[in-house]
Design a protein around this ligand. Structure first.
Ligand code: SAM
Length: 274
C-alpha cells in the first residue's frame, strides 16, 4: 500500500510514523508513506498556500491550486474510477464521515491513498467536491489541522495490512471488529467455541475483554480466579461476558450493530437485570 500525505507541516510526521507497528511495516515494505510538502506546489516567491475567505469572516483558507497540483502530480485514476482502481483521495475534515473500524478495514484494502491535511479555517470547498472522493473526520471535535487525523488513519489501517501485526488473528479479536470470519450475520455459539480458547472469538463489534498479566496479585488487587485455573471454556465464557459488561457500561450504542450469540443475549439480560 502506498500512502501520500499532503501537509504544510511535513516535519509533523517525524515521530508518529517512526515507531512500533507502523515503523516495522514501513521497513518491511508493506506500506510506503510519502510526506508531500504543500508549499512545493506553490508558484509564488512567498510559497503562499492560503488566502482570505470570499465573503469575509475569520481566518484563512487553504487555496485549491497547490492542493490540486500536488494530487494531480501523483497520476491517480480519475475521481469516478478511483474506487475500482483501489485508490482514494481523502480530505481530513471535521465535517467528514466519522472514521471507525469498519471504514478503516475498507481503506486498508486500497492500493493507493492520499490524505489531504487542512489547516486554518479549512480548505477551499472545491477540494472536497471535485478532487477528494471522500471527507473523513476522526471524531466530533475540531483539531487545529488534519495532520493528527492523518496519523490516526495511517496507524489504524497499517495494523490491518496482512503481515503488519505479528499475530494477525489478534487484529480480528479486538474492540469493534465485526468481520465475517465467524460466518453469517449472527454468531452461533458453535462458531464461537470452535475458535481458539484463548481468544474472545472476535468481539463481534463489541469492546475487547479485560486483559491481565503478572503479578497475579498486585497491591491487593487479584487477577480474576477463572483466568488462572486453566479451564479454557470457562475463560472464554468469562471473557465474553466481561466484554458484554464493559460494552454495556461504556458503549451501549455498539449493541445496535453487534453480532450476538444466544448466550450473549442471555448474559446481556442477566447483566441488565442486575
Ligand atoms: N472550520 C472548520 C470547521 O468548523 O469544520 C474547522 C477547521 S480546522 C481548525 C482545520 C483543519 O483541521 C481542517 O481543515 C481539517 O483538515 C482538520 N480537522 C479538524 N478537525 C478534524 C477532525 N475532527 N477530523 C479530521 N480532521 C480535522
Amino acid at each position: 500500500m502506498e500512502v501520500h500525505i499532503i501537509t504544510i507541516f511535513p516535519d509533523f510526521f517525524r515521530g508518529p510514523l517512526d515507531y512500533g507497528i507502523v515503523r516495522r511495516a514501513r521497513e518491511a515494505g508493506l506500506v510506503k508513506i510519502e510526506i508531500r510538502d504543500l508549499r512545493a506546489f506553490t508558484r509564488d516567491r512567498h510559497r503562499t498556500v492560503d488566502d482570505r475567505p470570499f465573503g469575509g469572516g475569520e481566518g484563512m483558507v487553504l487555496k485549491p491550486e497547490p492542493i490540486f497540483e500536488s494530487v494531480e502530480a501523483l497520476n491517480l485514476a480519475p475521481r469516478e474510477e478511483r474506487a475500482n482502481a483501489k485508490q482514494s483521495v481523502v480530505l481530513l475534515s471535521a465535517q467528514g464521515k466519522r472514521f471507525d473500524q469498519k471504514l478503516a478495514s475498507e481503506i486498508a484494502g486500497l492500493e493507493r491513498l492520499v490524505l489531504i491535511c487542512g489547516r486554518y479555517e479549512g480548505v477551499d470547498e472545491r477540494v472536497g467536491t471535485s478532487l477528494a472522493d471522500r471527507e473523513i473526520s476522526i471524531g466530533d471535535y475540531v483539531l487545529s489541522g488534519g495532520e493528527l487525523g492523518a496519523a490516526v488513519i495511517v496507524d489504524t489501517i497499517t495494523r490491518l495490512i496482512p503481515g503488519a501485526v505479528g499475530n494477525e488473528a489478534s487484529t480480528r479479536q479486538e474492540s469493534f471488529f465485526a468481520g465475517p470470519e465467524l460466518g453469517g450475520n449472527e454468531l452461533s455459539d458453535k462458531s464461537v467455541r470452535s475458535t481458539r480458547a484463548d481468544s474472545t472469538c472476535g468481539s463481534g463489534g463489541l469492546l475487547d475483554y479485560p486483559h491481565y498479566t503478572r503479578q497475579a496479585e498486585f497491591r491487593g488487587m487479584k487477577v480474576p480466579e477463572v483466568l488462572v485455573n486453566g479451564n479454557h471454556e470457562e475463560i472464554r465464557r468469562w471473557r465474553r461476558r466481561s466484554a458484554l459488561e464493559k460494552t454495556l457500561r461504556n458503549r451501549p450504542d455498539l449493541f445496535d450493530e453487534a453480532r450476538l450469540t444466544e448466550s450473549d443475549r442471555e448474559w446481556r439480560s442477566e447483566i441488565e437485570g442486575g
